[in-house]
Design a protein around this ligand. Sequence first.
Ligand code: 6PG
Length: 221
Amino acid sequence: MQEFSNKHALIAAVVSDLQKEFEHVLSSEKEVRVLLSGGSTPGPIYRALSNECTCLDRVLFGLVDERYVSVESEFSNERLLRECFEMAPVKVRIEGMVHDSDDLELNMEQLELAYAPFIERTDLVLLGMGNDGHFASMFPNDSASEEALHASEKKLSYTTAPNHPKDRITCNAAMISAAKTIYLVITGTEKREILMNTALKLPIHQFLEQRLDLHIYYTAL
Ligand code: 6PG
C-alpha cells in the first residue's frame, strides 16, 4: 500500500503511474484497454488524466460496473466518465454498460458483444471500495454478488446493491482478476481499517486472495 499525505499527491501519483502503464502496454499493443470504477472518489483522477495523459487516443475505456439507470441519470457511472473526459484534447472512447435501460436481458446481450474486447484482454482496472467492503458492484449479502465473486468464467453479471440504485451491472471477479494490472484507490481511515481487517472476509478480502499484487493507493484525508 502506498500512503500519500493528501488527495492531490495521491491523484498525481495515480495519473503518473497510469501514463507509464499505458505507454508500457502501447509498446506491444495497438490500444490500451482500461476498466474504470465509478463512485465519488475517482472523478478527480479522471479529470487530471483527461488533462495530462498523452495517449488517450489509443485507450479504450470501459466501466468496471454500472448502475442500471439511464446514462443521463445523476447516478450513472458512464455519465461521470463522460463528464470527466469531456475537456480532453482528443475524442475519448468510453464503452458504457447501459444500452437498453428498459430490458435487462436485451441489455445483457448487447453488453456481452460490446465488452468482448475487455473479455479478450483488459490491461488495467481501477477499483474503488465501499465502506461495506464491496468493490465493483459485488456486495456482501447478495447471492448474485457471491456468484460474481467466485465464478471461474469471465462474464458480466447483474447484482443488487443495498442502496439506491439497487440494480447493478458488474464485471465479475474473474474478468477483473484477468487484468494485467489492478489499482485500488481508497481514501479515509475507515476504509483503510476495513481493508486491513481481512478476518471480515468481505468481497474485497475474498478478491485480494485471488490478486495479492493490487497496487493500493491510500490517503487519510
Ligand atoms: C460504484 C463504484 C463502486 C465504488 C465504491 C466506492 O458504482 O459506486 O464502481 O464500486 O468504487 O462504491 O465508491 P466511493 O469512491 O464513492 O467511496
